[in-house]
Design a protein around this ligand. Sequence first.
Ligand SMILES: *[C@@H]1O[C@H](CO)[C@@H](O)[C@H](O)[C@H]1NC(C)=O
Ligand SMILES: *[C@@H]1O[C@H](CO)[C@@H](O)[C@H](O)[C@H]1NC(C)=O
Ligand SMILES: *[C@@H]1O[C@H](CO)[C@@H](O)[C@H](O)[C@H]1NC(C)=O
Ligand SMILES: *[C@@H]1O[C@H](CO)[C@@H](O)[C@H](O)[C@H]1NC(C)=O
Ligand SMILES: *[C@@H]1O[C@H](CO)[C@@H](O)[C@H](O)[C@H]1NC(C)=O
Ligand SMILES: *[C@@H]1O[C@H](CO)[C@@H](O)[C@H](O)[C@H]1NC(C)=O
Ligand SMILES: *[C@@H]1O[C@H](CO)[C@@H](O)[C@H](O)[C@H]1NC(C)=O
Length: 202
Amino acid sequence: MLKSIFAGLLVFAASQVAAQEEPAPYYDIQSPPFYLTLKSLNTTLDGLYLTACHEGAAIESLCLSQPFTTNFTYAHFYYNTSSSENSSTSGLLTWILPAVGLNVSSSLRLNYNNASNVALPLLFPGDEGAALVNFTAENQLGINLVQDDTLPLPNDFQHTIFRWFICITRYGYLYQTLNWVLGNQSPQSPTCESVAVYRVWA
Ligand SMILES: *[C@@H]1O[C@H](CO)[C@@H](O)[C@H](O)[C@H]1NC(C)=O
Ligand SMILES: *[C@@H]1O[C@H](CO)[C@@H](O)[C@H](O)[C@H]1NC(C)=O
Ligand SMILES: *[C@@H]1O[C@H](CO)[C@@H](O)[C@H](O)[C@H]1NC(C)=O
Ligand SMILES: *[C@@H]1O[C@H](CO)[C@@H](O)[C@H](O)[C@H]1NC(C)=O
Ligand SMILES: *[C@@H]1O[C@H](CO)[C@@H](O)[C@H](O)[C@H]1NC(C)=O
Ligand SMILES: *[C@@H]1O[C@H](CO)[C@@H](O)[C@H](O)[C@H]1NC(C)=O
Ligand SMILES: *[C@@H]1O[C@H](CO)[C@@H](O)[C@H](O)[C@H]1NC(C)=O
């Protein structure tokens, strides 16, 4: 009993030290807040917004918001770029997790299922394993290819690709979430509907 209390205190002390000595994040320049909205040939999805929705402890996916409220914490996203990179065309999609007594910057990463070509974007605290995303001049969310493996390699063919779909997924809960499809093909889930994602400054 005493031993476990002591161990608990040690963990608590360690977490306090970690909190104080947290190094500055690499993706340290945060954009103003924006909303994420969908464009789709599917009229049910066209014009809807995405919000962070609970999938587990401090883990969120991006799911459909209907109706949309502009005062909603869960609908504000940011784009973090790095002051160490002068001409980078990619950064992190971030969101601020409101926790008890603190705000935790979280970033989007892709959760891969090896048995599927549908990858689920999830928001996790910090920047570990974060996906590098891009916004075009038209404010469309994509991912930059730095070499194109559909062409003979090596090549340095850079362009932005868009493979977003709204699908029914179940990581923690059954939701209609935003997904990224791997490769130049159709999603294997029959629930997926093609969408384009745009940022709208808040
Ligand atoms: C994004 O940038 C802000 C401002 O520097 C920083 O506080 C935050 O930790 C960054 N988020 C991530 C996930 O790196
Ligand atoms: C539009 O997407 C919804 C899923 O959000 C789906 O139920 C519906 O069948 C789709 N409509 C068409 C015409 O494909
Ligand atoms: C947020 O907006 C909704 C819809 O306009 C409104 O009903 C609600 O009272 C607002 N909440 C806050 C905290 O302002
Ligand atoms: C960024 O650009 C400045 C001025 O052109 C240069 O001095 C600096 O070395 C560059 N930094 C990086 C990380 O490329
Ligand atoms: C996104 O990538 C394109 C093409 O590489 C580039 O022109 C654009 O500046 C990038 N956007 C951002 C916000 O870095
Ligand atoms: C968290 O962020 C919200 C919105 O910017 C702010 O109102 C609140 O005071 C922040 N909380 C803490 C503990 O910093
Ligand atoms: C499946 O993919 C994950 C990455 O999401 C990887 O860590 C894991 O080792 C893979 N598992 C198998 C059985 O290949």
